[in-house]
Write a protein that binds this ligand. Sequence first.
Ligand code: NDP
Length: 249
Amino acid sequence: MANSGQKVVLITGCSSGIGLRIAVTLAEDEKKRYHVIATMRDLKKKDKLLEAAGDAYGKTLMLLPLDVCSDDSVKQCINNVKDRHIDILINNAGVGLLGPVESISIEEMKRVFETNFFGVVRMIKEVMPDMKKRRSGHIVVMSSVMGLQGVVFNDVYTASKFAMEGFCESMAVQLMKFNIRLSMIEPGPVHTEFETKMMEDVAKMEYPGVDADTVRYFKDVYLPSSIDIFEAMGQTPDDIAKCTKKVIE
Ligand code: NDP
């Protein structure tokens, strides 16, 4: 349980990457300012987080299951937090999707929106009433540079982050009146499993009905150059975790 004076921070998508590092960075805060509720949709994946958290687990970090695509899971998770009081919500969970739109089914596109857009909306709707009542709170959203600028072959991912940015910019105005802050973080490339998962999906991708020029451009030009950009410019999950800590301080 949080000590008085400690801020309760709930983070989504802590099984890997940026979410995992944010959870550990805040749990290890030298002044012990945060009581971290690290969540993940599949608790079987908890070992990596617990290993990184070390002694902080059970003290400044606890673990709860949460699938941002499920109304029930979101409600159950928030109900499990004492008095439903969350001071800081960090919406980090997200999925990527890469490739020519002709190769991507509407079902796959919906999965991206269900996670990256409706996942954030669900979380905000659930924590907002208590934050409004207490007239305090901070909601942080992990967007992307692709929430600001369209990028070829990232059409659906970009659209999901644009949608989320639009929602949050509009919400921020309403929330301000209740002293609730809303911040967006927009990282460029970050070395996480995100890139690996997308490349695995791309390896299985089929191109029926896609014109030969588009397939060639995607496979021979876009993919190698995007890998080069990742290698050259990629930040670490720790960089983003430190930035997130600054944002909430
Ligand atoms: P990872 O793939 O390492 O982490 C994504 C996390 O989201 C995982 O913990 C994953 O869980 C979780 N997740 C996916 N779907 C759900 C769901 N339905 N409910 C709960 N959790 C879910 O990638 P990153 O750490 O890189 O990504 C974190 C965020 O950063 C994302 O929002 C992404 O869009 C954003 N971002 C990433 C960039 C990058 O280059 N890596 C650049 C800019 C922004 P599981 O293990 O169960 O799949």
